[in-house]
Design a protein around this ligand. Structure first.
Ligand code: ACO
Length: 323
């Protein structure tokens, strides 16, 4: 027998305010055609004034607990992935803990767009190591707050939102037929720190800063690094890409997602896409897409789900889950 974390439930939360490419045409020098052709994005949700990352996280986590059918008081660990915390400290996860009434401990994880995969890995290891029994894993962002709304090369790409899953420890058989998290694989390469960053921070400028990105270079790294970490996940579990029922990728750019699916020989109908309606919601994009595909019945109990993401750092990783 092997200790595993199974996924008991999931939930999503999007701010009500929808901003289309046509809305952005009125704000910066861009066109719907350019944005759709280069990224696949048509609209995104943006948080209202006063709507914080913790509000989105609490919304998604509440729905995930309802879906799992368990009380908040049975959760003893929150791992919240975010690049846009309410405050520099304390961790936004502690605010979520207070609002929900969960027990144990709560922490934030910072791995930008790879944040959800990192958070899932941390929570899974906490459960398998015996330090937690039930965990809430959340990806939540108000990315719009760190965008330079005069920089058309970045401001059209991102959106706000949150998604959450509930994990619970159980004794599995130890093979790939087990439900839950089968594996997580994480990587980073700090030599690429300057490819995607914010030009501020508490220690460097005492400001929050705005997103700066070398888009083409990120693009160049993305498909190679993602296909590497996906192959690593499949090999570790003795699986082939044909065994995958659903790919739930980080939703940065339609072209990156299509490129990876082609490389893996995965048909487009096995790929969950939300980038057209959500834009890039960084750490929230995977749990948002996963929650949507579970809610509409595409992902069914027992399906094998591949998650993968790359983000600033560079950081990247994959997770294989049997729902
Ligand atoms: N509207 C209109 N024109 C634009 C816009 C815009 N919003 N943005 C840039 N352009 C122009 C540029 O100024 C440039 O014009 P020029 O040729 O006259 O100089 C032209 O479009 C081409 O610009 P490129 O940057 O070369 O465009 P590219 O085809 O590379 O597409 C993009 C840019 C979409 C950002 C692409 O490089 C990409 O998707 N990269 C990956 C980015 C990514 O995935 N980031 C998320 C990583 S995850 C995370 O951690 C946040």
């Amino acid at each position: 027998m092997v200790k595993r974390s199974r996924v008991l439930g999931c939930g999503t939360y999007l701010p009500a305010n929808v901003v289309t490419n046509q809305d952005l045409e009125r704000r910066v020098d861009t066109t719907d055609e350019w944005i759709v052709q280069r990224t696949g994005i048509k609209s995104r949700h943006l948080a209202a004034d006063g709507e914080l990352t913790s509000d989105l996280a609490i919304g998604a986590a509440t729905r995930a607990l309802d879906h799992a059918g368990i009380p908040a008081s049975s959760i003893d660990c929150i791992v919240l992935a975010t690049t846009t915390p309410d405050n520099t400290f304390p961790a936004t996860a502690t605010k979520v803990q207070a609002a929900l009434g969960t027990l144990g401990f709560a922490m934030d994880i910072q791995a930008v767009c790879a944040g959800f995969v990192y958070a899932l890995s941390v929570a899974d290891n906490m459960i398998r190591g015996g330090q937690a029994r039930r965990a809430l894993v959340i990806g939540a962002e108000t990315f719009s707050r760190i965008l330079d709304w005069n920089d058309r090369t970045t401001c059209v790409l991102f959106g706000d939102g949150a998604g959450a899953v509930v994990l619970e420890g159980y004794d599995g058989k130890g093979d790939s037929s087990d439900r839950g998290v089968l594996s997580t694989h994480l990587h980073s390469d700090g030599t690429q720190y300057d490819l995607l960053y914010v030009d501020g921070g508490p220690s460097s400028t005492q400001t929050v800063g705005h997103v700066r990105m070398h888009g083409q270079e990120i693009f160049r790294h993305a498909v190679t690094k993602l296909s590497g970490v996906v192959e690593e996940a499949l090999a570790a579990n003795g699986l082939e890409s044909t065994d995958i029922d659903w790919m739930v990728p980080h939703q940065a750019n339609r072209r990156i997602i299509d490129g990876l699916a082609r490389k893996m020989k995965l048909p487009p109908e096995k790929v969950v896409l939300t980038v057209d309606r959500h834009g890039n919601t960084s750490a929230a994009s995977i749990p948002l897409a996963f929650g949507e595909a579970v809610a509409d019945g595409r992902i069914k109990r027992g399906d094998l789900v591949l998650m993968e993401a790359i983000g600033g750092g560079l950081t990247w990783g994959s997770a294989l889950i049997r729902w």
